[in-house]
Ligand binder design. Structure first.
Ligand code: PLP
Length: 393
């Protein structure tokens, strides 16, 4: 198959930068090299036993066939409970869609609304797939650049300066990948005020990391903080990150009925329902015990502190303190001359020294890299020693 067969839409996008690095690390490991992979966005904890039990129960009772395209009623009810209990968003099961991971929900929301000339405001540094999804749909990515000294959050005024009559979406991701930015309630209120002045703008709120918030404040999300805007907010959540269920491929989204219907229409022709077994497991995740999430959060917070301390002890490296998720976005500007100002070269240098990270440029940033701290403490300590040694040379 040669290049000229590829569609214009496909030619506008590249493969996910994080996946590329993880694949590279896996290949080296398979070739016998000792590589610590801090490139992947995945909790290292085991999937909880009650979730595994529900999956096994589904297999044993023949839940191995098609389900309704937008998900079983049981899971949509459980997801509605999750949206209300954990995010403060009131919704009915028919306003919920179940997808193959949060990623599919985000893709569908953009694919069914964005066309040629539409603008999507994406805070940068961004999660790798947002700009690709926008470009694939034919839209224009409008970066909203955020800074480490501002904990990678934007002010309402920064947002308003970028809104035009062509703006279709603002993407919000709190807690955020790759920076760990968390938008507090007050800031969301200010953003809501701007949005009230621009009724053409919808908001895609990616709350997939909601339980991983280290600020001590409850999670805040736009549709809950500004319920009067809820009819133009699509909120995406899931179980991948919160419940260590990345391989189950279950995501959930809620939003205005017309949008959820449109996403379902696309899904019915593209992939159909998410896995029936995965859906049964996700019911257990949403309805089962939640207390362990606090324990996990505390473990992640300790790991974050370990990594931040180690980074700040390495000459030339600095980082803002991530308030959520499990990533540290590291600035290496003072060292970049050694790598020809190319942070991919820096990431490959670290890989040579046994640690896989992802270059900041994969996230629309520059002169640095992202570390995932979703790994065991001993592994993180070893990784940080390797990074220190690699940069000492
Ligand atoms: C910000 C963000 N949104 C969405 C996703 C997708 O999650 P899922 O595995 O449920 O598709 C990820 C996963 O890396 C993510 O980091």
């Amino acid at each position: 198959m040669s290049h000229e067969h590829l569609s214009q839409a496909l030619r506008r996008i590249a493969a996910s930068g994080t996946t590329a690095m993880t694949d590279r690390a896996t290949a080296l490991r398979e070739a016998g090299r000792d590589i610590i992979s801090l490139s992947v966005g995945e909790p290292d904890f085991d999937t909880p036993p009650h979730v595994l039990g529900a999956a096994q129960g589904a297999l044993n009772t023949g839940h191995t066939k098609y389900t309704p395209v937008t998900g079983t009623l049981r899971l949509r009810q459980a997801a509605a409970l999750h949206f209300r209990r954990d995010l403060g968003i009131e919704c009915r099961p028919d306003e919920v869609i179940v997808t193959a991971g949060g990623k599919q929900a985000l893709f569908e929301a953009l694919a069914v609304t964005v066309g040629e000339g539409d603008e999507v405001i994406v805070p940068s540094p961004w999660w790798v797939s947002y700009p690709q999804m926008v470009r694939f749909a034919g839209g224009k990515v409008v970066p909203l650049i955020t800074q480490p000294h501002h904990l990678y959050r934007f002010d309402p005024g920064d947002l308003e300066a970028l809104i035009t009559s062509a703006t279709q979406w603002l993407i919000l991701n709190s807690p955020g990948n790759p920076t760990g930015a968390v938008y507090p309630r007050e800031l969301l209120r200010g953003i809501g005020e701007v949005l009230r002045r621009h009724p053409q703008v919808m908001v895609l709120s990616d709350d997939i990391y909601a339980p991983l918030n280290y600020t001590g404040e409850p999670h805040a999300t736009l549709a809950a903080v500004c319920p009067e805007l809820a009819d133009r907010v699509c909120t995406v959540s899931g179980v991948s990150k919160s419940h260590a269920m990345t391989g189950f491929r279950i995501g959930v989204a809620t939003g205005p009925a017309w949008l959820i219907e449109a996403m379902g229409r696309l899904q019915s022709n593209a992939s159909g329902n998410a896995s029936a077994v995965g859906q049964a497991a996700a019911v257990a995740a949403f309805e089962g015990p939640q207390e362990f999430l606090q324990e996990w959060r505390e473990r992640f917070r300790q790991r974050r502190d370990l990594v931040i301390q180690a980074i700040r002890a390495i000459p030339g490296l600095s980082t803002a303190t991530p308030d959520g998720a499990f990533y540290c976005f590291v600035d290496a500007k003072p060292l970049m001359k050694r790598f020809g100002s190319d942070d991919t070269k820096l990431a490959l240098h670290l890989l040579e020294h046994g640690v896989a990270v992802v270059a900041a440029s994969a996230f629309g940033g520059r002169d640095g890299f992202r570390i995932s701290f979703a790994a065991d403490e001993a592994v993180l300590e070893e990784a940080m020693q390797r990074i220190a040694a690699a940069l000492r040379e």
